[in-house]
Design a binder for this molecule. Structure first.
Ligand code: NI
Length: 219
């Protein structure tokens, strides 16, 4: 990577710490930190432009639609403004912005493949941070942030057929494991992420098994 590129990344990190520091929905700076670390690790085994992977993984949640009344435009737009301000080449900006637009989960039955290897790496990294022990912690943090119940045995999980349906759902937090988290393993793009996803998914399966036993006071 060029020295000027490293400088942009350093400035971007400082910017994100300022912007995302106080978020309590699970999309704080430390989520971005973990996604960036995972993305770099996955990228080591892939032929990708590491500058693009770094910038996209850092900026991917700069304004997540989930926290902005479902508005999907704000995030990519804000990332674009920041990169322009920092004199990143226009073609690099458009690659980063495309990744940010492409990678979010849009519902269990909404099929969509990212269009570049770089997007696949960042999407895998972001999805890995949604599962496993960290995923469980983030899921309940997000549910609390949205005022959702932990669990309600009378409300069944639902596989969403459209992005509209998915983003407007208000089901209890446990349902989210069945509506998204347990499905992510099969959607990983890279071999390396698939391996990590298997381990993290089996941890969630164990957690859920125990959760339901405890729910009924059985153990
Ligand atoms: Ni994210």
């Amino acid at each position: 990577m060029l020295r000027s590129q490293r400088a942009v990344i350093k400035k971007t990190i400082a910017y994100l710490k300022r912007e995302l520091g106080k978020d309590s929905s699970g999309h704080d700076w430390w989520h971005v930190f973990r996604v960036n670390e995972l993305a770099k690790r996955i990228a080591e085994k892939e032929k990708v432009d590491i500058f693009i992977v770094e910038l996209a993984s850092l900026l991917h949640d700069i304004a997540d639609y989930k926290l902005h009344d479902g508005n999907e435009e704000i995030g990519p737009e804000k990332a674009k403004e920041w990169l322009e301000k920092n004199k990143v080449k226009p073609e690099d900006i458009s690659r980063v912005v495309d990744i940010i637009k492409e990678i979010s989960f849009k519902g269990a039955n909404v099929k969509f493949k990212p269009s570049s290897r770089e997007a696949m790496v960042v999407q895998d990294a972001d999805r890995l941070d949604a599962i496993g022990a960290i995923g469980i912690a983030r899921t309940f943090a997000y549910g609390g942030h949205k005022g959702r119940l932990i669990y309600d045995p009378e409300i069944n999980p639902k596989l969403h057929n459209s992005f509209e349906e998915y983003k407007n759902n208000t089901s209890p937090t446990i349902n989210h494991f069945y509506e998204k988290l347990l499905l992510l393993e099969k959607l990983m793009n890279t071999e390396y992420a698939k391996k990590i996803a298997r381990d993290r998914t089996s941890f969630m399966e164990k957690f859920l098994k125990k959760f339901f036993l405890e729910w009924e006071g059985k153990i």
